[in-house]
Design a protein around this ligand. Structure first.
Ligand code: BDP
Length: 703
């Protein structure tokens, strides 16, 4: 269903369905958190109606029309009230929207200084008085800010918050807040678990799927302002004329929602589609080729964002083929993009074992020596952890170690290693653990979030990327609860200081229900779900135990015939002596890539937090844990605890029968059953396998 334009046929149809007396809403998850169903409580309804009587707008531009339409649609749905749009205030309860430049009323009401603080994307929402009439002001410096302010205002009503004493000022801490689509040009999605790519390349640019606009709405509602449209394992064709036109058609739909498009590019494109004999970044012909191609892109997409590059990693070509460095490659692209204010996001996800036999050390070893050599419009994009989106990893040591270079963080929304589209795993706590990690990069008080937002090192650029889990499935993400990860990514990208509980509560009220018991039950399920997944998959710092290829189930015995570091055994190193990867100073010394205080803490098993224990240490099965149990007993306890947590989640969900619409209830129920089976399999396979080494009776209980 297409809900963006208030007066489209689909919209009218939707209104009829919603408001037909006695109709039970069919809920299939398509609307995500943008559900504008009528508030059932009459008292609340009249309260909100009193404070939303008319919309006062004094300007017009594409973003502005978007803003206006969204608010009209939301209030029509939530309050059943069609708001008049007027150029001046005529009623109590007016909502005044706009930018200071274009709205004389707002200039009268809002101190310019206050708006300066809000920046280009920030906004204020305030309850004020205009000619003795109480009004609500949603104001910003730029239309984009008003757009974000309007979505926040709608969220307040969806969350049943008071709207008559508002004093909100907000601006994003991170500038580039991007989704990374790992979508291929043939419509498949690498590590996608929700159907095909939403970009219908075949039918573009002629046919514009209505999903594009709903995608844009959802992203704008959480502050996402960019989308890398194609897979990091890129194809050169994205830079051909035909694909640029297709992308331009999508960019036209996303633009009114403040979203720019970006491409993943392949380093050898000048050879593959340009007919050149080399892709050497020092070759003048190659440099010319990139400049000309970039110019062609900007001709069609004037606000194009820039390039994301996976170079010299997992088979992707890079400047190293020509004896050049990552900086040489990135700077060549940066030079081409710079006249148009485009950026390069160069990934640090490299692990060439000839550099070091410990994969976790490779990114740091390749990139830290290049600090200071990158052009001003280059960001280095690094995954949250040093290995690869595992259920739990310590933060990537690059954060804090490249002080002259802006570092973007890459998080994985699509749950490649955390149950894919089948498990309920709320990832905000995982991301928070990393963002809130103390790096000691500049003495104490330098959190990873402060590196990412550029504040710690005073960078002009900052960014964060989430590998999207979006596909053509009706509910976009495969699992209804995976939508929470998309939502949480946007909210944390805007403000990494938000708590995962705050975000979950907001999302639950918007997505599921405003009933306190329902909120409470779902909160509990979500809050413990990530730790549960860590417990039943890779507790105590274990990692990379998953099956080869699809990465879904457990395969701790897996040995890759060609690459040691694609084998599970390389990571857990279980033998009759013990288990774990010794990255301490006595082992690979990966711990040395962290600042002094962390190095000291993590270097000794006695002080290393148990959540990272087997990441940094190889320990005997009889090692004493803080619980007084042996390591082997503790491992069993954790695996069992993970399974039990899923059972608890199931009970909580079952208690909501009748309170949640049937379609979504049954869908989640079935997935939880699958999750339980999978969790049991993870536990059984891993404990059986490790038990062979631990030589200790398996004291599993609680089954
Ligand atoms: C791994 C994925 C692989 C990606 C790679 C990457 O399994 O499909 O291409 O990351 O991030 O986790 O480049």
């Amino acid at each position: 269903m297409h809900l963006s334009r208030p007066y489209s046929m689909q919209w009218l149809l939707w209104m009829v369905i919603v408001f037909l007396p006695g109709t039970v809403l069919a809920e299939d998850g398509y609307e995500l958190w943008l559900r504008y169903n009528r508030i059932p409580d009459p008292e609340l309804l009249s309260y909100y109606k009193k404070h939303a009587t008319e919309m006062v707008v004094q300007q017009s531009c594409p973003i502005f029309r978007t803003v206006q339409d969204e608010l009209l649609m939301a209030l029509q749905g939530l309050l059943g009230q069609e708001l008049p749009v007027n150029p001046s205030v005529s009623k109590k309860g007016a909502i005044i929207l706009g930018t200071l430049d274009e709205s004389p009323i707002l200039r009268r009401l809002v101190q310019p200084l206050e708006m300066e603080i809000a920046g280009d994307e920030g906004y204020i929402i305030r309850s004020l008085s205009f000619d003795n009439r109480p009004v609500t002001v949603i104001a910003a410096n730029k239309s984009k800010g008003v757009l974000y302010g309007v979505f926040r205002f709608i969220c307040l009503i969806q969350n049943r918050q008071a709207i008559d004493r508002l004093s909100i000022r907000s601006k994003p801490r991170i500038q580039r807040r991007l989704l990374n689509h790992w979508d291929n040009l043939n419509g498949s999605v690498e590590r996608g678990y929700a159907g095909k790519s939403i970009w219908n390349w075949e039918k573009l640019p002629a046919e514009i799927d209505s999903r594009y606009e709903d995608y844009a709405r959802a992203n704008a509602s959480i502050g996402i302002n960019g989308t890398v449209m194609n897979n990091v394992n890129s194809q050169a064709e994205i830079l051909t004329k035909g694909y640029i036109s297709k992308a331009a058609a999508i960019a036209n739909v996303l633009r009114p929602y403040g979203i720019r498009v970006y491409f993943s590019v392949k380093f050898t494109s000048p050879m593959e589609i340009g007919g050149l004999s080399t892709a050497d970044p020092f070759d003048p012909g190659v440099r010319r080729w990139w400049k000309e191609r970039v110019r062609q892109i900007y001709e069609q997409i004037p606000d194009f964002g820039g390039f994301l590059v996976k170079a010299y990693s997992e088979g992707q070509p890079g400047p190293q083929i020509y004896g050049r460095t990552h900086a040489d490659g990135a700077n060549m692209l940066a030079e081409a993009l710079s006249p148009f204010e485009g950026i390069v996001m160069w990934r640090s996800f490299v692990y060439d074992l000839s550099i070091d036999s410990d994969r976790a050390k490779c990114g740091y070893l390749e990139f830290v020596p290049l600090d200071g050599q990158f052009a001003a419009n280059v960001l280095i994009q690094s995954k949250n952890g040093p290995v690869d989106f595992q259920p739990r990893e310590p933060f990537n040591p690059l954060f804090g170690a490249m002080q002259k270079t802006p570092l973007m963080m890459e998080l994985q929304i699509t749950q490649e290693y955390t149950g894919q589209g089948k498990h309920l795993v709320y990832l905000a706590p995982q991301w928070k653990e990393v963002l809130d990690s103390e790096t000691f990069a500049k003495g104490s008080g330098t959190l990873v979030a402060g590196i990412v937002d550029g504040s710690a090192e005073n960078h002009a650029l900052s960014g964060i990327a989430g590998v999207s889990g979006i596909g053509t499935d009706r509910n976009w993400m495969g699992h209804h609860f995976s939508q929470a990860n998309w939502y949480a990514f946007g909210r944390l990208a805007w403000d990494p200081a938000l708590t995962s509980e705050q975000i979950a509560e907001e999302w639950i009220e918007m997505t599921w229900s405003n009933d306190p018991e329902t909120i409470d039950a779902i909160m509990k399920m979500m809050a413990g779900s990530w730790e549960a997944c860590v417990d039943y998959m890779t507790p105590l710092g274990l990692h990379h135990l998953m099956a080869a290829g699809h990465h879904y189930g457990p395969e701790p015995e897996y040995v890759n015939p060609d690459r040691a570091d694609w084998s599970s055994t390389y990571y857990h190193k279980a033998d009759s002596e013990g288990i774990g990867f010794d990255r301490s100073s006595a082992g690979t010394n990966a711990v040395n890539q962290y600042a002094g205080p962390l190095r000291k803490l993590w270097d000794s098993p006695a002080t290393c937090p148990e959540k990272y224990l087997l990441w940094f240490h190889h320990l005997p099965w009889t090692h004493q844990m803080s619980s007084g149990k042996t390591l082997w007993q503790e491992l069993q306890l954790r695996y069992n605890r993970g399974v039990e947590s899923v059972m608890t989640m199931q009970k909580a969900w079952d208690s909501l029968e009748g309170k949640i619409d049937e379609e979504r209830f049954e869908h989640v129920k079935a997935r939880l059953e699958m999750q339980l089976e999978n969790a049991q399999e993870w536990r059984d396979v891993c404990l059986d396998y490790f038990g062979r080494f631990a030589e200790s009776p398996d004291t599993r209980d609680g089954e």
